[in-house]
Write a protein that binds this ligand. Sequence first.
Ligand SMILES: [Zn+2]
Length: 369
Amino acid sequence: MPLLARFVTAPLVVEVHRGALSELAAILADQRISTSGRVAIAVGPTHGPIVQRTFEHDLVEADWFTVEGGTINTAVKLVEQIRQQRYDAIVGIGGGTVLDVTKFAAARLGLPMVAVATNLAHDGVASPISTLDNDAGRGSYGVPAPIAVLVDLDLIAQAPPRSVSSGIGEIVSNLSAVADWEAAHALQGEEMDGLAVSLARTSAQAVVNHPGGVTDDGFLATLAEGLVLSGISMVVAGTSRPSSGACHEISHAIDLLHPDRRAFHGEQVGVGAAFAWFLRDEEEMFRTTVDCLHRHGLPVRPADLGFGLEEFAAVVEYAPQTRPGRFTILEQLDLGPARIKAKVDEFNDHVYARIATADGSVTPEGRVL
Ligand SMILES: [Zn+2]
């Protein structure tokens, strides 16, 4: 009887624990990624010098590069610097920006990339996508996924709490993204991938159902592992589909229309996911999403992101244009401006009622205390 299976490209190493950074040299050698330690290491301007001190006696053959800003120009500059020498691999140590720039540079140079996350703000740590600012606003570029992924919980504990929490919005949005994918499959015949769905949805559910918060290691490990699996779900699917639907279209629209008012990516997609569940008229999932975001102190309503209801309605109206060809609840309902505004108003009232019911921490004007 034949044993049929498919091969899934996955990282050689996934390490999520305290002190993971100090194992970098051993992992590079043990996994034959770089036996000589001749690697290019990209770091951000803030944490770079601190991180570099960890390697006083390790990785002496490595060269260090500072990455400032997440633009395509920064990535191209890094390519120019790195191509002067021969390296076995590129290591990115930092938050989303550093990892996105490093992934793009590694793809251009054809070198394997090792991701060391110092933050959990989004699911880019293991994903095959690099998000960079360009002249047209912000673009997503397909790149090979990292060959090794390290999440050092000591570093995560030092990251700004708001940025770590935003990763919760990112992963919760998977549930909404998968619902969009299922609708696209049912209504448009779009192909689905059950393995990608399992990875994306299960990782989100693990975080939603976890009773802890960002101050405890157990929760952080679940969040980190969830974001890693989310990235792998995109590798399996070959697109960002399992983690990106109407929630992300709304976030991209905020990025493009209001670059000066961008919040954390995970905060924006969390609000987008809550709004998408409201549009689907799925009360239970709407409540689950709102409760999860609110419990972890994340924005839920447009005002929490600094937008008036008219402004948010304009964002929603623009959202489908950010990802042409992706069928989500926004394209499915295809609401005109007046109905969008009515839905945004209704959504706002519903969230207010839900939060007030949950803990009474809302003023009569709807301001979250
Ligand atoms: Zn995302």
